[in-house]
Ligand binder design. Structure first.
Ligand code: 5AD
Ligand code: SF4
Length: 477
């Protein structure tokens, strides 16, 4: 009987690493309370779409997907369809009104109560076991917002942001594999004028350092060798008297951890101490993602980034002196309201001056409620012009990237094998400097380290060949 089998949940995540990590957290919470996690919505009793709000385009895509999932719900009316994450927080009840088939909206601070909330939605279909006595359930707003005709039950909204919620004591459900995301911080205390994050994720909250360290130790015992520490401004982490550089050092020294990465740092918190730890600790990878956002001081000031081009270049200079081989990536926004063509060209100059190994490029997207939306309407850059700027930036960034990568052909690099390549018989790995290498090999090798020679580049990724010590054995590294 259906009441007897475990309920099945499916979580589909969009957006950044933090959101992927939140998806794993939701899966962990549900699994801990008796749910079976499945990998297809068709097999699930509960379908959660874990969303991103950073750009309008991302939201449009998700709304399309949610309406598509409603097709499944029509076939199986008992299915619960929930929207979680940043877009759920941003749209709240509006989303329930726009998409009346959605049963639940839940923001990023509500996940602890997911099992109870789902139980309320299911109105006794199957009782969910009580939360363990140790896990205090924080107050949440979970009120029926409508009981429209045609709906089987209430719609629920859990939208309270909670400065104390850092999900202490709850376990993520991580896929088996060599790499793990480890959130160390949630929310953000900056107010960059284009950014919705502080409004949908609240202020900065840092997890207790001992808890982070014991989590990484456990991961290492389970075979994880690479961890990525996550936070919105990860290097501003502070807990008690532990600051980010010392946490990073402690993580890097855990037995079994061979690679440590972190994302995303704020340029202003790239302190000398942090650079020293990065240079000294063998496990910390020679890669830094440093979101620049723009290459013009007036734009940076109006974005409230709190640094200048000069200070950013000085930071990058310090990093490169200490770690000459470091690979740098960045995020750039073009067409921020009021950005002139000349100011945009300063961003191109920054790209050429710094020579970033990789750039994630975005057109400004107005997010309701952020200060940038209150700039004079005439300041908004014409969409065609914005598109042209984006394309020009992409061309410059790709040109720089492919020049750098062509110069790296012939290098021998340690690679962590992450998965299969696109073609049969090929596997794909990543170097410490975050470059993707594809080479011949067996998928059973996923999770292991090897050494490859970079043979060719497409500009963005490499084709390599594995170095072998003997006729059969891959080189140990
Ligand atoms: N419009 C365009 N890009 C944005 N980002 C954040 N907010 C916006 C916005 N409103 C970009 C920034 C950030 C990255 C994750 O997304 O570059 O670093
Ligand atoms: Fe957004 Fe700025 Fe915070 Fe990054 S630092 S999450 S861009 S407000």
């Amino acid at each position: 009987m259906s009441e007897q089998r475990a309920r099945r949940a499916y979580v589909e995540t969009y957006g950044c690493q933090m959101n992927i990590s939140d998806g794993e957290l939701m899966e962990g919470i549900l699994e801990g309370r008796g749910y079976e996690i499945v990998d297809a919505p068709e097999r699930a009793d509960v379908v959660l779409v874990n969303t991103c709000a950073i750009r309008e385009h991302a939201e449009q895509r998700v709304l399309g997907r949610v309406s598509q999932l409603n097709g499944l719900k029509r076939e199986r009316p008992a299915m619960v369809l929930g929207v979680t994450g940043c877009m759920a927080q941003r749209m709240g009840r509006t989303l329930l009104e726009q998409a009346p088939y959605v049963d639940l909206v839940m923001g990023p601070d509500g996940y602890r109560t997911l099992p109870e909330t789902l139980a309320r939605l299911n109105g006794g279909v199957r009782a969910v076991p009580e939360a363990p006595a140790t896990g205090a359930v924080p107050p949440t707003e979970a009120a029926p917002v409508s009981e429209r005709s045609g709906r089987r039950g209430p719609q629920l909204a859990v939208l309270q942001l909670d400065m104390d919620e850092n999900y202490q004591g709850l376990e993520q459900r991580r896929a088996d594999g060599p790499s793990a995301w480890v959130p160390i911080q949630r929310g953000c205390d900056h107010r960059c004028t284009y950014c919705i994050v502080p409004y949908v994720r609240g202020g900065e909250k840092n997890r207790a350092a001992p808890e982070i360290l014991s989590e990484v130790r456990e991961l290492a015992e389970r075979g994880v060798t690479e961890v990525t520490l996550l936070g919105q401004t990860v290097n501003s982490y502070v807990w008690s008297d532990v600051r980010f550089p010392s946490l990073l050092r402690d993580v890097a020294r855990i037995d079994g951890i061979r690679r440590v990465r972190f994302t995303s740092p704020h340029p202003n918190d790239v302190t000398s101490e942090l650079v020293e730890v990065m240079a000294e600790e063998p496990a910390v990878c020679e890669h830094l993602h440093l979101p620049a956002q723009a290459g013009n001081d007036r734009t940076l000031r109006r974005m409230l980034r709190r640094y200048t081009v000069e200070s950013l270049l000085a930071t990058i200079g310090r990093v490169r002196v200490a770690i000459p081989d470091i690979a740098l990536s960045t995020d750039i926004i073009v067409a921020f309201p009021g950005e002139t063509d000349a100011e945009f060209r300063d961003t191109l100059t920054l790209m050429r001056t710094v020579r970033f190994d990789e750039a994630y490029t975005y057109k400004f997207s107005a997010r309701a409620g952020t200060p940038a939306t209150r700039l004079p309407p005439d300041d908004f850059v014409d969409p065609d012009e914005a598109q042209a700027r984006l394309q020009e930036l992409i061309d410059v960034a790709r040109g720089v990237q492919s020049e750098i990568n062509r110069g790296e052909v012939g290098r021998i690099e340690e690679v962590l094998i992450e998965g299969e390549g696109r073609d049969a018989g090929q596997i794909r790995g990543r170097t410490r400097r975050n470059k993707v290498v594809v080479f011949d090999g067996d998928p059973s090798r996923v999770g292991s380290y090897t050494r490859t020679r970079l043979e060719r580049t497409t500009g963005a990724t490499f084709a390599g060949s594995e170095l072998r010590v003997g006729p059969r054995e891959p080189a140990a590294v």
